[in-house]
Write a protein that binds this ligand. Sequence first.
Ligand code: GDP
Length: 297
Amino acid sequence: MFDNLSDRLGNVFDRLRGRGALSEQDVRDAMREVRVALLEADVALPVARRFIDNVTEKAVGQDVLRSITPGQQVVKIVNDELVEMLGGAEVEGLQLDAKPPVVIMMVGLQGSGKTTTTAKLGKLIKEKHGKKALMASLDVQRPAAQEQLKVLGEQVEVATLPIVPGQQPVDIARRAMEAARLQAVDVLLLDTAGRLHVDEALMAEMKAVAGVSAPEEVLLVVDSLTGQDAVNVAQSFSGEVPLTGVVLTRMDGDARGGAALSMRHVTGKPIKFAGTGEKLDAIEAFDPKRVAGRILG
Ligand code: GDP
Protein backbone atom coordinates (compact mmCIF):
# COMPACT_ATOMS: atom_id res chain seq x y z
CA MET A 1 0.00 0.00 0.00
CA PHE A 2 1.43 3.39 -1.02
CA ASP A 3 4.80 1.67 -1.59
CA ASN A 4 6.00 3.89 -4.42
CA LEU A 5 4.88 7.13 -2.82
CA SER A 6 6.40 6.10 0.46
CA ASP A 7 9.77 5.38 -1.18
CA ARG A 8 9.78 8.62 -3.12
CA LEU A 9 8.88 10.76 -0.14
CA GLY A 10 11.37 8.90 2.02
CA ASN A 11 14.19 9.89 -0.33
CA VAL A 12 13.17 13.54 -0.40
CA PHE A 13 12.85 13.76 3.37
CA ASP A 14 16.06 11.90 4.13
CA ARG A 15 17.85 14.58 2.16
CA LEU A 16 16.00 17.39 3.93
CA ARG A 17 16.66 15.93 7.36
CA GLY A 18 20.32 15.40 6.54
CA ARG A 19 20.97 19.11 6.21
CA GLY A 20 21.58 21.45 9.11
CA ALA A 21 20.17 24.57 7.50
CA LEU A 22 17.43 24.93 4.87
CA SER A 23 16.80 27.81 2.53
CA GLU A 24 13.45 28.70 1.06
CA GLN A 25 14.76 27.39 -2.26
CA ASP A 26 15.59 23.99 -0.69
CA VAL A 27 11.99 23.71 0.49
CA ARG A 28 10.61 24.70 -2.90
CA ASP A 29 12.87 22.18 -4.66
CA ALA A 30 11.80 19.42 -2.29
CA MET A 31 8.14 20.30 -2.81
CA ARG A 32 8.56 20.08 -6.55
CA GLU A 33 9.71 16.49 -6.08
CA VAL A 34 6.82 15.77 -3.71
CA ARG A 35 4.38 17.12 -6.29
CA VAL A 36 5.75 14.72 -8.94
CA ALA A 37 5.56 11.83 -6.47
CA LEU A 38 1.92 12.64 -5.67
CA LEU A 39 0.97 12.85 -9.34
CA GLU A 40 2.71 9.53 -10.00
CA ALA A 41 0.65 8.06 -7.17
CA ASP A 42 -2.39 9.17 -9.24
CA VAL A 43 -3.48 11.93 -6.87
CA ALA A 44 -5.89 14.38 -8.52
CA LEU A 45 -4.05 17.47 -9.76
CA PRO A 46 -5.98 20.10 -7.74
CA VAL A 47 -5.46 18.02 -4.59
CA ALA A 48 -1.70 17.75 -5.22
CA ARG A 49 -1.46 21.46 -5.96
CA ARG A 50 -3.29 22.45 -2.83
CA PHE A 51 -1.18 20.11 -0.74
CA ILE A 52 2.07 21.62 -2.05
CA ASP A 53 0.80 25.19 -1.59
CA ASN A 54 -0.23 24.53 2.00
CA VAL A 55 3.01 22.80 2.95
CA THR A 56 5.16 25.43 1.25
CA GLU A 57 3.32 28.29 2.92
CA LYS A 58 3.79 26.78 6.36
CA ALA A 59 7.34 25.54 5.77
CA VAL A 60 8.90 28.76 4.50
CA GLY A 61 7.67 30.55 7.63
CA GLN A 62 10.62 32.09 9.46
CA ASP A 63 10.29 29.94 12.57
CA VAL A 64 10.67 26.70 10.66
CA LEU A 65 13.71 27.65 8.62
CA ARG A 66 15.43 29.27 11.59
CA SER A 67 14.87 26.33 13.91
CA ILE A 68 17.63 23.87 14.82
CA THR A 69 15.93 20.98 13.00
CA PRO A 70 14.25 22.55 9.96
CA GLY A 71 14.14 19.28 7.99
CA GLN A 72 12.24 17.49 10.73
CA GLN A 73 9.82 20.37 11.05
CA VAL A 74 9.07 20.28 7.33
CA VAL A 75 8.41 16.55 7.57
CA LYS A 76 6.01 17.21 10.45
CA ILE A 77 4.16 19.80 8.37
CA VAL A 78 3.92 17.27 5.53
CA ASN A 79 2.57 14.67 7.95
CA ASP A 80 -0.13 17.04 9.23
CA GLU A 81 -1.17 18.02 5.70
CA LEU A 82 -1.30 14.35 4.68
CA VAL A 83 -3.65 13.64 7.58
CA GLU A 84 -5.84 16.54 6.41
CA MET A 85 -5.77 15.29 2.83
CA LEU A 86 -6.86 11.82 3.98
CA GLY A 87 -9.81 13.21 5.94
CA GLY A 88 -8.59 14.80 9.18
CA ALA A 89 -7.60 13.52 12.60
CA GLU A 90 -10.96 11.92 13.43
CA VAL A 91 -11.81 8.34 12.48
CA GLU A 92 -15.30 8.50 10.95
CA GLY A 93 -17.19 5.53 12.30
CA LEU A 94 -20.65 4.18 11.54
CA GLN A 95 -23.73 6.03 12.76
CA LEU A 96 -25.55 3.24 14.56
CA ASP A 97 -27.30 5.11 17.35
CA ALA A 98 -30.58 5.96 15.63
CA LYS A 99 -33.79 4.10 16.44
CA PRO A 100 -33.49 0.49 15.21
CA PRO A 101 -33.54 -0.92 12.67
CA VAL A 102 -30.72 1.35 11.55
CA VAL A 103 -30.38 0.93 7.79
CA ILE A 104 -27.02 0.86 6.03
CA MET A 105 -27.40 1.00 2.28
CA MET A 106 -24.45 -0.28 0.28
CA VAL A 107 -24.09 1.15 -3.23
CA GLY A 108 -21.51 0.86 -5.99
CA LEU A 109 -20.66 -0.53 -9.38
CA GLN A 110 -20.55 -4.23 -10.20
CA GLY A 111 -17.32 -5.90 -9.15
CA SER A 112 -16.34 -3.13 -6.73
CA GLY A 113 -16.53 -5.58 -3.81
CA LYS A 114 -19.95 -4.52 -2.55
CA THR A 115 -21.31 -7.90 -1.55
CA THR A 116 -18.08 -8.96 0.14
CA THR A 117 -17.97 -5.63 2.01
CA THR A 118 -21.59 -6.04 3.10
CA ALA A 119 -20.71 -9.38 4.72
CA LYS A 120 -17.53 -7.91 6.26
CA LEU A 121 -19.57 -5.10 7.82
CA GLY A 122 -22.26 -7.53 8.99
CA LYS A 123 -19.58 -9.49 10.82
CA LEU A 124 -18.00 -6.35 12.26
CA ILE A 125 -21.33 -4.97 13.46
CA LYS A 126 -22.12 -8.25 15.16
CA GLU A 127 -18.70 -8.82 16.70
CA LYS A 128 -17.31 -5.34 17.41
CA HIS A 129 -20.53 -3.44 18.06
CA GLY A 130 -22.38 -6.38 19.59
CA LYS A 131 -25.51 -5.63 17.57
CA LYS A 132 -27.97 -7.90 15.84
CA ALA A 133 -27.62 -7.55 12.08
CA LEU A 134 -29.67 -8.67 9.10
CA MET A 135 -28.41 -8.53 5.52
CA ALA A 136 -30.59 -8.39 2.40
CA SER A 137 -29.47 -8.53 -1.21
CA LEU A 138 -31.45 -6.28 -3.55
CA ASP A 139 -29.25 -7.29 -6.47
CA VAL A 140 -31.52 -8.68 -9.14
CA GLN A 141 -29.05 -7.64 -11.88
CA ARG A 142 -26.15 -10.01 -11.33
CA PRO A 143 -27.04 -13.72 -11.55
CA ALA A 144 -26.62 -15.47 -8.19
CA ALA A 145 -25.82 -12.25 -6.32
CA GLN A 146 -28.52 -12.97 -3.75
CA GLU A 147 -27.20 -16.52 -3.31
CA GLN A 148 -23.68 -15.11 -2.85
CA LEU A 149 -24.78 -12.94 0.06
CA LYS A 150 -26.62 -15.89 1.61
CA VAL A 151 -23.47 -18.03 1.48
CA LEU A 152 -21.33 -15.22 2.92
CA GLY A 153 -23.95 -14.68 5.63
CA GLU A 154 -23.64 -18.33 6.63
CA GLN A 155 -19.86 -17.96 6.82
CA VAL A 156 -19.98 -14.91 9.10
CA GLU A 157 -23.05 -16.18 10.95
CA VAL A 158 -25.18 -13.16 10.19
CA ALA A 159 -28.79 -13.74 9.08
CA THR A 160 -29.85 -12.95 5.52
CA LEU A 161 -33.34 -12.17 4.27
CA PRO A 162 -34.86 -15.26 2.60
CA ILE A 163 -34.77 -14.99 -1.19
CA VAL A 164 -38.09 -14.59 -3.02
CA PRO A 165 -37.40 -15.19 -6.73
CA GLY A 166 -38.66 -12.46 -9.05
CA GLN A 167 -39.15 -9.81 -6.37
CA GLN A 168 -37.92 -6.32 -7.32
CA PRO A 169 -35.46 -4.19 -5.30
CA VAL A 170 -37.93 -1.74 -3.72
CA ASP A 171 -40.22 -4.59 -2.67
CA ILE A 172 -37.27 -6.53 -1.26
CA ALA A 173 -36.26 -3.42 0.72
CA ARG A 174 -39.79 -3.12 2.14
CA ARG A 175 -39.84 -6.79 3.08
CA ALA A 176 -36.40 -6.44 4.69
CA MET A 177 -37.59 -3.47 6.77
CA GLU A 178 -40.59 -5.43 7.93
CA ALA A 179 -38.50 -8.50 8.81
CA ALA A 180 -35.99 -6.32 10.66
CA ARG A 181 -38.78 -4.81 12.78
CA LEU A 182 -40.39 -8.15 13.53
CA GLN A 183 -37.07 -9.76 14.46
CA ALA A 184 -35.88 -6.79 16.58
CA VAL A 185 -32.84 -6.34 14.35
CA ASP A 186 -30.52 -3.47 15.29
CA VAL A 187 -28.83 -2.93 11.94
CA LEU A 188 -30.16 -3.81 8.49
CA LEU A 189 -27.62 -3.93 5.66
CA LEU A 190 -29.07 -3.50 2.18
CA ASP A 191 -26.75 -4.75 -0.55
CA THR A 192 -28.07 -2.96 -3.64
CA ALA A 193 -27.47 -3.92 -7.26
CA GLY A 194 -24.47 -2.57 -9.15
CA ARG A 195 -24.17 -1.87 -12.84
CA LEU A 196 -21.16 -1.84 -15.13
CA HIS A 197 -21.34 1.97 -15.33
CA VAL A 198 -23.13 4.76 -13.55
CA ASP A 199 -26.44 5.08 -15.40
CA GLU A 200 -29.90 6.53 -14.94
CA ALA A 201 -31.60 3.23 -14.17
CA LEU A 202 -29.11 2.58 -11.38
CA MET A 203 -29.55 6.02 -9.86
CA ALA A 204 -33.35 5.82 -10.06
CA GLU A 205 -33.21 2.45 -8.28
CA MET A 206 -30.89 3.79 -5.56
CA LYS A 207 -33.20 6.75 -4.94
CA ALA A 208 -36.27 4.52 -4.78
CA VAL A 209 -34.60 2.15 -2.31
CA ALA A 210 -33.40 5.07 -0.17
CA GLY A 211 -36.95 6.44 -0.31
CA VAL A 212 -38.49 3.35 1.30
CA SER A 213 -35.67 2.53 3.73
CA ALA A 214 -34.53 5.98 5.01
CA PRO A 215 -30.92 4.81 5.49
CA GLU A 216 -28.78 6.25 8.26
CA GLU A 217 -25.70 5.39 6.24
CA VAL A 218 -25.30 5.24 2.48
CA LEU A 219 -21.86 3.75 1.86
CA LEU A 220 -20.33 3.77 -1.58
CA VAL A 221 -18.03 0.84 -2.28
CA VAL A 222 -15.28 1.61 -4.79
CA ASP A 223 -12.22 -0.28 -5.97
CA SER A 224 -9.08 1.64 -5.00
CA LEU A 225 -7.18 0.00 -7.87
CA THR A 226 -9.22 2.08 -10.32
CA GLY A 227 -7.56 5.25 -8.99
CA GLN A 228 -9.12 8.46 -10.28
CA ASP A 229 -12.04 6.50 -11.76
CA ALA A 230 -12.99 5.56 -8.21
CA VAL A 231 -13.08 9.26 -7.34
CA ASN A 232 -15.16 10.03 -10.45
CA VAL A 233 -17.63 7.28 -9.56
CA ALA A 234 -17.93 8.75 -6.07
CA GLN A 235 -18.64 12.16 -7.53
CA SER A 236 -21.36 10.76 -9.80
CA PHE A 237 -23.04 8.92 -6.94
CA SER A 238 -22.82 11.78 -4.47
CA GLY A 239 -24.69 14.04 -6.88
CA GLU A 240 -27.61 11.60 -6.85
CA VAL A 241 -27.82 9.84 -3.50
CA PRO A 242 -26.90 11.24 -0.08
CA LEU A 243 -23.66 9.34 0.49
CA THR A 244 -22.44 9.32 4.08
CA GLY A 245 -19.10 7.69 3.34
CA VAL A 246 -16.90 5.61 1.10
CA VAL A 247 -15.40 2.13 1.47
CA LEU A 248 -12.21 1.65 -0.55
CA THR A 249 -11.70 -2.00 -1.42
CA ARG A 250 -8.55 -3.80 -2.61
CA MET A 251 -6.29 -1.47 -0.67
CA ASP A 252 -4.14 -4.57 -0.17
CA GLY A 253 -3.17 -4.50 -3.84
CA ASP A 254 -3.02 -0.75 -4.32
CA ALA A 255 0.60 0.33 -4.59
CA ARG A 256 -0.28 3.88 -5.69
CA GLY A 257 -3.00 5.11 -3.35
CA GLY A 258 -4.33 7.95 -5.51
CA ALA A 259 -7.99 7.21 -4.76
CA ALA A 260 -7.41 7.27 -1.01
CA LEU A 261 -5.45 10.50 -1.22
CA SER A 262 -7.91 12.36 -3.46
CA MET A 263 -11.28 11.05 -2.30
CA ARG A 264 -11.97 13.40 0.58
CA HIS A 265 -11.08 16.62 -1.17
CA VAL A 266 -12.64 15.86 -4.51
CA THR A 267 -15.91 14.43 -3.17
CA GLY A 268 -16.17 15.89 0.34
CA LYS A 269 -17.03 12.36 1.58
CA PRO A 270 -15.05 10.59 4.28
CA ILE A 271 -13.43 7.22 3.65
CA LYS A 272 -14.90 5.14 6.47
CA PHE A 273 -13.36 1.74 5.79
CA ALA A 274 -10.60 0.11 3.79
CA GLY A 275 -10.95 -3.41 2.41
CA THR A 276 -7.61 -5.17 2.77
CA GLY A 277 -8.18 -8.66 1.39
CA GLU A 278 -10.68 -11.30 0.30
CA LYS A 279 -11.14 -12.79 3.75
CA LEU A 280 -14.22 -11.68 5.62
CA ASP A 281 -12.30 -10.04 8.43
CA ALA A 282 -10.08 -8.08 6.03
CA ILE A 283 -11.60 -4.67 6.71
CA GLU A 284 -10.21 -1.76 8.71
CA ALA A 285 -11.70 1.48 9.97
CA PHE A 286 -9.94 4.12 7.88
CA ASP A 287 -7.69 6.09 10.18
CA PRO A 288 -6.03 9.05 8.39
CA LYS A 289 -3.35 9.40 11.05
CA ARG A 290 -2.29 5.78 10.76
CA VAL A 291 -2.37 5.86 6.98
CA ALA A 292 -0.25 9.04 6.89
CA GLY A 293 2.16 7.34 9.29
CA ARG A 294 2.41 4.39 6.95
CA ILE A 295 3.10 6.61 3.96
CA LEU A 296 5.85 8.51 5.74
CA GLY A 297 7.28 5.30 7.18
P1 GDP B 1 -19.69 -6.85 -6.14
O1 GDP B 1 -20.02 -7.20 -7.57
O2 GDP B 1 -19.43 -5.38 -6.02
O3 GDP B 1 -20.70 -7.33 -5.15
O4 GDP B 1 -18.28 -7.54 -5.82
P2 GDP B 1 -17.90 -8.80 -4.92
O5 GDP B 1 -18.19 -8.51 -3.50
O6 GDP B 1 -18.50 -10.02 -5.51
O7 GDP B 1 -16.32 -8.80 -5.05
C1 GDP B 1 -15.65 -9.07 -6.28
C2 GDP B 1 -14.31 -9.74 -5.97
O8 GDP B 1 -13.45 -8.83 -5.27
C3 GDP B 1 -14.42 -10.96 -5.08
O9 GDP B 1 -13.57 -11.95 -5.60
C4 GDP B 1 -13.92 -10.48 -3.71
O10 GDP B 1 -13.33 -11.52 -2.96
C5 GDP B 1 -12.91 -9.44 -4.12
N1 GDP B 1 -12.69 -8.41 -3.08
C6 GDP B 1 -13.62 -7.63 -2.46
N2 GDP B 1 -13.03 -6.79 -1.58
C7 GDP B 1 -11.69 -7.04 -1.63
C8 GDP B 1 -10.54 -6.47 -0.96
O11 GDP B 1 -10.62 -5.56 -0.12
N3 GDP B 1 -9.32 -6.99 -1.30
C9 GDP B 1 -9.19 -7.99 -2.23
N4 GDP B 1 -7.97 -8.42 -2.51
N5 GDP B 1 -10.25 -8.52 -2.88
C10 GDP B 1 -11.48 -8.07 -2.59
